[in-house]
Design a protein around this ligand. Structure first.
Ligand SMILES: C[S@@+](CC[C@H](N)C(=O)[O-])C[C@H]1O[C@@H](n2cnc3c(N)ncnc32)[C@H](O)[C@@H]1O
Length: 227
């Protein structure tokens, strides 16, 4: 488990969005012992879920959907599955999905590291996005970090050959750790040989602006699954 859910209440508008849209966009998966973990053997037929066969993108830690919603809207030809453990944020995302009229997004309220490993066949995902996903940026928390060489193994296994993993963080020590863990990964290639240019259509989210306001630099990385 890379994450344990904080329990939190939704405000009225989030509750309304949840009631209106959860049935259409939240994918229920059988939980294991913790509410955010996914039962071993759980599976989702994504072609059936989306009603079509399309490129699959997975975002882990989608928050309120600040990147997810505009980026999915810009990619109507792809289907996007987002993992987010914080229900009020999922509810806000649902409201935005509804307002935008998107049909190519689904959300799983569960740990995305586990979900990626368990709910997708190997070699079926075109892109994985982890943008500011991790609260465990400090070195003393490095064992709890989402991004690691071991998680890189899972991402690499799930990506199609040539598929890409896009990461962004505003914590320098975490960014350097990502490079240490992933640059020499046997199945992943650092596409830019170093930091990636900012992805043109990745919006500046609330978390990113906070980092910038605090004087932190934003680090983007892109890794490609070797053929
Ligand atoms: C700092 S916020 C950033 C949200 C969004 N990516 C953005 O840039 O606006 C991190 C989010 O990732 C979620 N998160 C962290 N680890 C996760 C995991 N393993 N699975 C699912 N969600 C996770 C947290 O609940 C939180 O909402």
């Amino acid at each position: 488990m890379s994450f344990v859910r904080r329990s939190a209440r939704m405000n009225d508008s989030q509750r309304g969005a949840w009631d209106r849209h959860a049935a259409d966009f939240v994918v229920d998966v059988p939980p294991a012992e913790l509410s955010t973990s996914i039962a071993d053997g759980a599976s989702v037929d994504w072609v059936r879920e989306f009603g079509r066969r399309a490129d699959l993108i997975v975002e882990i830690g989608s928050g309120a959907g600040d990147s997810l919603v505009p980026m999915a809207a810009a990619r109507p030809e792809a289907d996007v599955v987002a993992f987010e453990v914080f229900e009020p944020a999922v509810a806000s995302t649902l409201g935005r999905i509804g307002r935008e009229g998107l049909t190519n997004v689904r959300i799983v309220v569960a740990d995305g590291a586990q979900g990626l490993g368990r709910l997708f066949d190997d070699g079926t995902i075109s892109e994985v996005w982890t943008f500011f996903a991790d609260p465990w940026h400090k070195s003393r928390h490095h064992k709890r970090r989402l991004v690691s060489g071991a998680f890189g193994d899972v991402v690499a296994r799930k990506l199609v050959p040539g598929g890409v993993w896009r990461l962004a963080t505003d914590w320098e020590d975490y960014a350097l750790w990502m490079r240490e863990e992933l640059d020499d990964h046997a199945l992943l290639e650092n596409v830019h040989g170093g930091w990636a240019p900012r992805l043109a259509d990745r919006p500046v989210t609330k978390y990113e602006s906070r980092g910038i306001a605090a004087g932190r630099r934003i680090y983007d990385l892109t890794y490609r699954r070797r053929a």
